[in-house]
Design a protein around this ligand. Structure first.
Ligand SMILES: Cc1cc2nc3c(=O)[nH]c(=O)nc-3n(C[C@H](O)[C@H](O)[C@H](O)COP(=O)(O)OP(=O)(O)OC[C@H]3O[C@@H](n4cnc5c(N)ncnc54)[C@H](O)[C@@H]3O)c2cc1C
Length: 403
């Protein structure tokens, strides 16, 4: 039987404790605001994003996660990406980038999403005054002039919680976004991404590889001596490739990727992700903001989704000044501050995805994105690498490594 529990009030309610919502809650520690974090999954079950996917974190994200005290909680240090190797089937040559050439130790580093999730969870448990509701599900939202009234289902009870600012960090199929009346623009890439671990006889040396073909992208991210592999497959072929045994998949992957990382001798379990781009038509509503995948779910080939969502969270934490967190002017400032980074990252990821999706798409797209220019002109390399490292445009202080 359902019981109704009376309203409580907070300043900021974050819906979704995935990678982005949890990071935001960490960034709001010490802000002086009363913050609550709602997560639908039970504490003994990981949120869906804390799985075996390997995440390439940009230099900016590493700076921020270190400053937030999250990196120190990882069970193993992130694996640095020191070199990038980008090629396309049928094109002569490859684009090679070395972080050392721009005076950096790495472009970023790779972590297992489940490890990052566990580290965030550990950090959240240290934050005093953070109110956690879990498992709890937001089931209705009604914005008013002074606050937003949010209905939350927990056990058999229905709570009403009033918040001055509501953050939708509830993922691609965001309930809050729909409840706020914000539509989406969607594109189905007609691809499925297969993700697994993989070992080759030549130990990984910090090089991340991306290879494009008409069948889709293939990439390897260094993880210790092994790799995290992603393999894009046309939707209609995905079931057949997933059904391959380990030997069959090794042959398939080796044929798609080639031998540049050596002979593959072991693969782990394959997980499949259908690829759909989902962009919110706007990022704000009265006293409400969208963030992370709820704001934009992008093709993973550019390894930008969490990096971008983390910058969403950091920017908000930086703009909050102790006054009304849901103030309309502050929300507009936030949306404007995120515009350029969001647009450029979406264009970058979508551009990469389309190279893979369309056989006739020429290498000039990569060139127009500036990747080839890096090989040829020192002048162009800095801005592009800054983008890849998450250090372009208006960068939150934490991402620049400042507390
Ligand atoms: C294969 C793959 C590889 C990727 N690789 C990279 C990479 O290398 N680098 C990178 O930066 N990004 C990468 N990404 C993208 C990255 O994983 C996502 O951008 C990121 O996980 C999004 O986090 P989120 O917190 O916004 O959303 P989610 O992870 O979807 O979290 C949303 C949370 O909200 C909760 N929730 C939903 N509805 C409700 C409700 N009504 N009430 C309460 N709670 C609710 C859910 O339980 C969930 O925990 C990759 C993605 C994929 C699929």
């Amino acid at each position: 039987m359902s019981e109704h529990v009376e309203a409580m009030a907070v300043d900021i309610l974050v819906v979704g404790a995935g990678l982005v919502g949890a990071s935001l809650a960490c960034a709001l520690e010490g802000s002086g605001y009363r913050v609550a974090l709602v997560e639908a999954t039970a504490p003994d079950l990981s949120p869906p994003g804390f799985d075996t996917r390997k995440l390439a974190l940009s230099a900016a994200s590493l700076n921020a996660l270190a400053a937030l005290g999250v990196l120190a909680k990882l069970p193993t240090a992130p694996s640095p990406i020191r070199k990038l190797h980008v090629s396309r089937v049928g094109d002569f040559g490859a684009v090679r980038l070395d972080a050392g050439d721009v005076g950096r130790e790495g472009f970023g580093a790779v972590v297992l999403a489940s490890d990052l999730g566990a580290a965030l969870e550990m950090r959240l448990s240290e934050i005093r005054n953070l109110q956690r509701l879990r498992p709890a599900t937001v089931s209705a939202v009604s914005p008013g002039d002074h606050d937003v009234s949010v209905q939350i289902q927990q056990d058999d009870a229905t709570h009403t919680l009033r918040t001055r600012l509501l953050i939708a960090a509830d993922g691609t199929r965001s309930f809050v976004r729909t409840a706020l009346g914000i539509g989406t623009i969607e594109h189905d890439y007609q691809q499925t991404l297969l993700v697994c671990s993989l070992a080759a006889d030549r130990a990984a040396d910090g090089t991340a590889y991306e290879r494009f073909s008409e069948q889709g992208p293939v990439a390897l991210l260094p993880m210790g001596r092994d790799y995290g592999a992603v393999c894009g497959v046309a939707r209609e072929d995905a079931a057949g490739v997933l059904a391959l045994d380990d030997t069959g998949f090794i042959d398939y992957f080796q044929q798609r990727f080639g031998w540049r990382a050596g002979r593959i001798f072991r693969v782990g379990k394959r997980n499949a992700y259908p690829l759909v781009r989902v962009l919110a038509e706007r990022l704000d509503a009265p006293r409400s903001l969208l963030m992370g995948n709820a704001a934009q779910t992008i093709h993973p080939i550019g390894a930008q989704g969490f990096n971008l969502g983390l910058r969403d969270a950091l920017m908000l934490a930086e703009l909050l000044d102790g006054d009304d967190p849901g103030d309309a002017a502050l929300l507009s400032t936030y949306v404007e501050a995120r515009r350029e980074d969001r647009e450029r990252t979406l264009a970058f990821s979508d551009g990469l995805a389309r190279i893979t999706a369309n056989d006739s798409f020429p290498m000039h797209l990569l060139r127009s994105l500036g990747l080839l220019a890096i090989g040829n002109s020192e002048g162009l390399s800095a801005p592009l690498l800054s983008g890849a490292m998450g250090l372009r445009g208006q960068v939150p202080a934490l991402a620049r490594g400042r507390a």
